[in-house]
Ligand binder design. Structure first.
Ligand code: SAM
Length: 327
């Protein structure tokens, strides 16, 4: 079992498989992209498989595959197959922009992968094109509809962006009105590409809730698992639900159960802090399993108590893009 220095059990690994993405969401990275990692610095499929096996042996029972866009990695499904074979891994999920998932939907179903998070910050075609800087609207909505009709447990993550997609907040709720999906609204974080303001955010979770409840006053708060980062609600008569994720306000640190490993092997014990170590050389050296166990144990043993504490490791804005960290 992995337990941190604040007595929090770590059982959830967010594993990034690439830092590359085929979209250029304007709050995530600049139009020209970032300096993407060189191929030889990415963990190989074998390394990702060995690492995930070891992490599950250590008590990780939930792995979310993320990126970059996970499906730009050609060998992704090899990793998914490996994860699906691991006893003890109760929950495998994937976070995607839904542009490239189409050809894999059948195999995902066969492998028993049920949980797919789709990042989607627009309903209107024009808004989608402006935010993502790519022409993928039809593909995304067609794949999203397929995922819903094939009974995946779909969660839509929508970043609320002042001056960009406020008019799409109520329209995106239509998805959860008509289908059993969850639409989660996230506060924007001051990462590379996005807003640069560390001190305040215009659309915090309280303002988002206020905006929604003006249109839908009949809202009931749902109970959520202790480690959930979202505060969840049901609108009377709607099939699904919606949630608020205070990713800027950080109300959830006390129960944080997460560890992040990036595609190049950086170990991040708090989204708001800097990487604590890189495991790539350990993976490629002698006594890899014992060395990994002790290096990861050490990193988990020195976690910041909160995202605010971890943030002090940065000067000014987070210089990183979320595409390198995995969200
Ligand atoms: N490509 C995958 C996807 O679209 O879900 C996974 C990687 S993406 C970087 C993970 C999540 O980070 C997405 O939901 C994205 O919206 C979010 N994200 C990126 N930059 C952000 C920012 N500045 N503030 C808040 N969330 C951000």
């Amino acid at each position: 079992m992995l337990i941190d220095n604040h007595n929090r059990t770590i059982n959830y690994l967010r594993l990034a498989v690439t830092d590359r993405c085929n979209l250029r969401c304007n709050y995530c990275m600049p139009a020209e992209g970032i300096r993407f990692a060189k191929r030889e610095t990415l963990l190989t499929l074998d390394e990702l498989s060995i690492l995930s096996t070891l992490m599950v042996e250590q008590g990780i029972d939930k792995i979310r595959i993320t990126g970059g866009e996970p499906f730009v990695r050609k060998d992704l499904m090899g990793l998914v197959k490996h994860l699906a074979s691991l006893d003890g891994l109760g929950d495998i999920s994937i976070t995607t922009n839904a542009t490239l998932i189409g050809p894999h939907i059948e195999t995902l179903k066969e492998l028993g992968i049920r949980h797919i998070n789709v990042s989607l910050d627009a309903v209107q075609r024009e808004t989608f094109g402006r935010i993502t800087r790519r022409d993928q609207y039809d593909t995304v909505f067609s794949n999203l509809n397929r995922l819903i009709s094939e009974d995946f447990n779909v969660r839509i993550n929508f970043i609320v962006l002042e001056g960009q997609n406020i008019e799409d907040i109520l329209p995106i709720l239509e998805l959860q009105k008509n289908h059993p999906v969850s639409v989660r609204f996230l506060e924007e974080m001051p990462f590379n590409g996005g807003s640069k303001n560390f001190d305040r955010i215009t659309w915090n979770y309280e303002k988002i809730l206020d905006y929604i409840t003006k249109a839908y006053p009949d809202v009931e708060r749902l109970s959520s698992p202790e480690t959930s980062t979202s505060i969840n609600y049901k609108i009377k008569g709607h099939k699904g639900s919606f949630g608020l994720i205070p990713s800027f306000s950080r109300t959830f640190c006390g129960s944080c159960n997460r560890l992040r490993i990036t595609a190049t092997g950086d170990v991040i014990t708090c989204l708001y802090g800097k990487p604590k170590l890189n495991i790539r050389e350990i993976m490629r050296g002698p006594d890899r399993e014992a060395n990994l166990r002790s290096a990861i144990g050490e990193a988990i043993g020195s976690r910041a108590r909160t995202g605010f504490e971890a943030q002090r490791e940065h000067e000014g804005v987070f210089e990183n893009s979320m595409t390198s960290i995995g969200g």
